[in-house]
Design a protein around this ligand. Sequence first.
Ligand code: KG4
Ligand code: ZN
Length: 352
Amino acid sequence: MRVLGIETSCDETAAAVVSDRREVLSNVVHQQLADHQPFAGVVPEVAARAHLDQVGRVVQAALDQSGVGWDGIDAVAATAGPGLIGGVLVGVMTGKALAAARGLPFVAVNHLEAHALTARLTDDVQFPYLLLLVSGGHCQLLVVEAVGRYRRLGTTIDDAVGEAFDKTAKMLGLGYPGGPAVERAAKGGDAGRFELPRPLKGRDGCDFSFSGLKTRVRMAIEGLPPGPMQDRDIADLCASFQAAVADVLAERTGRAVDMFLERHPAGRTLVVAGGVAANQAIRARLQDLAADRGLDFAVPAPALCTDNGAMVAWAGVERFRLGLTDGLDFRPRPRWPLDPDAPKAVGAGVKA
Ligand code: KG4
Ligand code: ZN
């Protein structure tokens, strides 16, 4: 069984064909870098128009490269939220139109569920597992119990972790996208030079906070000698920032491991997913944590951590084989929490 998946919720126009035997038959990603670079960030309206321009070509390329053609496709899946609604609409309308024209079932995919289930495509991870989901819009710890069954243990009370990377990059003039730029600059930097806070570290529960860290990065920049910033200062600040983030993620995830094992004593795996999971320093810290706690560790290859069509196609496979298809009247959802019953995080401004 094979599913065509379409992803358009942020700034990647992506499509892929994936089989229920965990084969990625094609995975085409168009990154809208040049469109957003002048603004040093994603502009929703620009993204929506770029998706509209690209989606037909990207879907066709995914079909061509899969080598199976329409006769080999059993269902069409598209990210239907959460995300920038203009882009989500483009993907959903494309997916529905193709499904209708070909007489195929349509699967509306939650973007977060697609990130959450990717480790089952790449590593065949079995339920239940503990998931740290770190992306541009989210920072959450979840127990993944089954397809469609998630328990949120913690979330950010202010900014997402990817957002903190992106804002740090912007303040340092490293441009967009920020995460990879900060990681590159941090190589060879001195992580001990700037003393940055570890927000919420040591506190009960496993919520996150990053806005204070961002403020302290800005204060550190303001404290530098006048004149243009030196490469050394940028490297040291990026290294210090990345170390603070890795520290907080590891400590908060450690607490979540306790909660996870209490609930599921036979639970075996820690999974990290989302764009920030592409970061090697963060991967290494969490791998150490898993080893210390006797858990298996799974993190998809970087190209499957950042937004892509294969994760959407795979979530489509997982849902379709359980009979979970959707009508053509499915309405895209700009907000769509994985665990609607999750208690509010401690603090204001809670994100879904
Ligand atoms: O999952 P994703 O592609 O899109 C969302 O669903 O948000 O995540 C994008 C986020 C951006 O904030 C980007 O800066 C961050 O992931 N990111 C990274 C790295 N690669 C991407 N952050 C840190 N290090 C990286 N290597
Ligand atoms: Zn994402």
